[in-house]
Write a protein that binds this ligand. Structure first.
Ligand SMILES: [Zn+2]
Ligand SMILES: [Zn+2]
Length: 130
């Protein structure tokens, strides 16, 4: 891997850290401000690579575009239904929620996710203002 590739990957990883659960589009916007020569495909490829290598996390919200996460440990999210922003939920992961399941009919459960949906402080404030 050449130095330009390394530099691009670093820029992408830094943007994910700085932006707090950004979409690929938001990462691209931030990275292209730092390096105007970088293409969208390159940013997307690097996001995929970083996620596959376990250096960043991938979040699939119940609605909206996929997001990236600087945290790679198991944790849950809160999604604002108004602005779509994703926040880390202040909750430790459930140790073994599979035990709470009934008969899955042979479905082999491999993972679980919890998404809390509601309004972020900014959007909640707007609903109470008028
Ligand atoms: Zn919001
Ligand atoms: Zn997160």
């Amino acid at each position: 891997m050449n130095r330009r590739n390394t530099k691009q990957r670093q820029l992408v990883a830094e943007a994910v850290r700085a932006l707090d659960h950004p979409s690929a589009e938001e990462v691209y916007a931030a990275v292209s401000r730092a390096d105007s020569c970088i293409g969208k495909a390159t940013v997307y490829r690097n996001l995929n690579l970083l996620a596959e290598q376990g250096e960043i996390g991938r979040v699939c919200p119940g609605e909206g575009a996929e997001r990236y996460d600087c945290r790679t440990d198991k944790h849950y999210h809160m999604r604002c239904r108004a602005c779509g922003k994703i926040f880390d939920a202040p909750m430790a992961p459930l140790f073994s929620p599979v035990q709470l399941l009934g008969d899955t009919g042979g479905f082999m459960v491999e993972d679980h996710n919890i998404e809390f949906v509601g309004l972020c402080p900014g959007c909640y404030k707007k609903t109470t203002e008028d």
